[in-house]
Design a protein around this ligand. Structure first.
Ligand SMILES: Cc1cc2nc3c(=O)[nH]c(=O)nc-3n(C[C@H](O)[C@H](O)[C@H](O)COP(=O)(O)OP(=O)(O)OC[C@H]3O[C@@H](n4cnc5c(N)ncnc54)[C@H](O)[C@@H]3O)c2cc1C
Length: 378
């Protein structure tokens, strides 16, 4: 049975930063776009909410005013035993909660003419005769271009049997993320990265006079605490004196944290089964680098650069896919590689301290490492 002709040229799956920003820029150029997001805005999600300055101009161009947002330009890193290194972050970043930012982008998408289907989860994608067919529980839709912006791990990764889900992961290679909004008297302009055995916790200011406290640890570490978050925070995170102080003194604004499991930093491909993958769907950088959000925004921008000439007929599908793969790799492959290296060094309680000790007398080298995970403004 063939589907009625679809009014849409591009279907975007997932309304995080990658999907929403791409939808706005395509719709503003006259492309007919539909975006499916399984949740309803606004909602909280696990993220440290520190955005590196490289995406400032792009966010402004999308109509997101960054005025009045807390600016962050100092990094404090502590080892599990409390040994610290502090470092100026140039050009640094700013803080905004995903609750606020994703809602603002969703509103801009609707203003730009994007058909935004929230509370709607894509269950299946097939590609046949140069067109995609996608299904939710309620409907089917067809289109010539599909963009996967469905984040770190989605039902579609399983459906598409992507390599990183088929691989058998040890619990020490799978991570869980936990996030709270808190009130805490942190020095202005500082982002802190407090390490604890087999994990790290970021703390920085966001809009609304709040702080985002967000940590990542191995699934094995959580299992060792009986899969109990409170026990993990009391017995493991609080071995770091800074974190002990925060958990004792901060005012926690939510009863329960946001959590996410099964995070993996394994390599992914930027194009699979003709779907252009953006953001975390194409590859996830270690949160230690603090710029997964910028990569998500930037990869959406790159996808737009190949989709437009394809729709206009000046690129065929194969060239569109090859160009996207090349653009993506040139921009992000090396950064993700450095991110994986840093992630592994911050794994054990001993290497973290050693790493910080080695870095302390070499500020230029520290600057080089930070810069090699960051890109230029776009
Ligand atoms: C613990 C932790 C801390 C972090 N801290 C920072 C930080 O401080 N700074 C930073 O820059 N980055 C940080 N990151 C990384 C950052 O959060 C991500 O890189 C970024 O959110 C990726 O955006 P995205 O658009 O690719 O995916 P997401 O923002 O995850 O959006 C994906 C969307 O797809 C939707 N979806 C999934 N499947 C379907 C489906 N089948 N149908 C419809 N919708 C679907 C989901 O509901 C979701 O809304 C952190 C990550 C973690 C885990």
């Amino acid at each position: 049975m063939s589907l009625p002709a679809s009014p849409y040229e591009v279907v975007i799956i997932g309304g995080g930063l990658a999907g929403l920003s791409l939808s706005i820029s395509l719709a503003r150029k006259g492309v007919r776009v539909i975006l499916f997001e399984k949740q309803e805005y606004p909602f909280h999600r696990v993220c440290g909410e520190y955005i590196s300055m490289e995406s400032w101009p792009y966010l402004e161009s999308l109509g997101i005013s960054t005025e009045g947002l807390p600016r962050i330009d100092q990094l404090l890193v502590s080892a599990p035993d409390g040994y610290t290194l502090s470092y100026p972050l140039a050009p640094g970043g700013f803080g905004i909660s995903r609750y606020t930012l994703d809602l603002l982008l969703a509103q801009k998408a609707v203003e730009a003419g994007v058909r935004l289907k929230t509370g709607s989860k894509i269950q299946d994608i097939t590609f046949h005769n140069d067109r995609f067919t996608l299904s939710t529980d309620q409907e089917q839709i067809s289109a010539p271009v599909v963009v996967g912006s469905f984040g770190k791990r989605s039902n579609l990764d399983v459906k598409m049997e992507r390599d990183f889900v088929r691989k058998r992961h040890k619990k020490s290679n799978l991570y869980v993320g936990v996030k709270y909004h808190i009130r805490y008297p942190q020095p202005k302009g500082q982002i802190a990265l407090h390490n604890f055995p087999y994990g790290y916790c970021g703390l920085s200011e966001v809009d609304g006079d709040k702080h985002c406290l967000c940590y990542l640890t191995t699934a094995a570490n959580l299992a060792a605490s009986g899969n109990n978050i409170a026990a993990l925070e009391k017995n493991i995170l609080s071995t770091n004196p800074y974190l002990r102080g925060i958990f004792q003194q901060a005012h926690f604004l939510w009863e329960k944290p946001q959590t996410i499991a099964q995070i993996s930093f394994s390599r992914k491909l930027p194009v699979e089964e003709h779907v252009l993958m953006t953001g975390d769907s194409a590859g996830m950088i270690s949160p230690l680098c603090g710029n997964g959000m910028s990569i998500a925004l930037h990869s959406g921008l790159l996808a737009g650069q190949v989709i437009l000439p394809f729709l206009e007929g000046s690129l065929d599908r194969k060239s569109m896919e090859t160009s996207y793969r090349d653009l993506w790799s040139a921009q992000f492959s090396a950064r993700l590689r450095v991110g994986r290296m840093i992630q592994s060094l911050f794994g054990s309680p001993y290497t973290t301290r050693l790493f910080l000790k080695v870095l302390q007398p070499f500020p230029k080298f520290t600057k080089h490492i930070i810069q090699s995970t960051h890109g230029n403004p776009f």
